[in-house]
Write a protein that binds this ligand. Sequence first.
Ligand SMILES: Nc1ncnc2c1ncn2[C@@H]1O[C@H](COP(=O)(O)OP(=O)(O)O)[C@@H](O)[C@H]1O
Ligand SMILES: O=c1ccn([C@H]2C[C@H](O)[C@@H](COP(=O)(O)O)O2)c(=O)[nH]1
Length: 285
Amino acid sequence: MWGIAGAGRAGVSLLFRRVPRLVSAHCAAGCNICLRVAAGVQTWVQTWFQSRAYVRTGPHQTPGKLMRIGEEKKMVICIEGNIASGKTTCLEYFSKSSNIEVLTEPVSKWRNVRGHNPLALMYQDPERWGITLQTYIQLTLLDRHLSSISAPVRMMERSIFSAKYIFVENLFRSGKMPEVDFAVLSEWFDWITTNISLPVDLIVYLHTSPQTCHERLKHRCREEEKVIPLEYLESIHQLYEDWLIKQTSFPLPAPVLVIPADHDLKTMLHLYEENRDKILAAPCV
Ligand SMILES: Nc1ncnc2c1ncn2[C@@H]1O[C@H](COP(=O)(O)OP(=O)(O)O)[C@@H](O)[C@H]1O
Ligand SMILES: O=c1ccn([C@H]2C[C@H](O)[C@@H](COP(=O)(O)O)O2)c(=O)[nH]1
């Protein structure tokens, strides 16, 4: 269910003011039919707003933004990190807990949208296909952020924020995205984040070296990613460092918990267990 936070009353009063004007446009004297139509419309509008709109009083309140109703007490944790840093593996581990819902990145969609593979196209020719992939990624991640939450805690892989602040930014800064494509994507992103509430309570940053990711990437052997050089992972790493460690580049949607993630799998699982309380104790903002 959806509502316009902070806009319910304003919307009702605006429509109430407009209805008599519509009526007078038809009949200056205010005939019986017009008055009855006006009363009917007013009742309908009132009922519509009462059933859908609300003003959120919980901790996530952001007046004026479109937001989901009734999910303000659920916690949203985004797992961030370089390509092949171990995000999916981390999510797999936490998916065994009964009170946690896990959402992995919709990579299968990025590899197949109506028979096309925008992920492969982007790696083959980023100048031409970067905007295509990132537009679709933005849409699919927005859909992830807005989907209804089925458990008290949601853990999701990456976010609409890192798609923009890391990957779009990297394409643009490296000269692989034309300025007009960057401008259009930025306009979309700004509109979305200004008008829609996308609450995140904690970012868990899996902190790896680009070399570790390069090794793991080769081991994973995803067809589209065979062309990724170490330098690409170094650029992504630097953007993550500026955003989540130095905190100098872009706004943070939530506090950051850094977990060193260059270790072997067994050590990583211990670290996840050690950090479980810190992760799950993040206050809902
Ligand atoms: N701690 C680890 N040590 C060694 N290999 C790992 C570790 N964590 C994950 N991997 C392997 O590295 C590859 C990338 O991990 P994955 O979880 O898919 O990363 P991401 O989701 O961040 O891209 C996979 O083949 C995975 O099995
Ligand atoms: O905004 C984005 C997000 C991801 N990608 C690419 C990077 C990888 O090749 C895949 C999936 O990332 P993982 O880190 O393995 O989950 O998608 C992108 O290009 N833009």
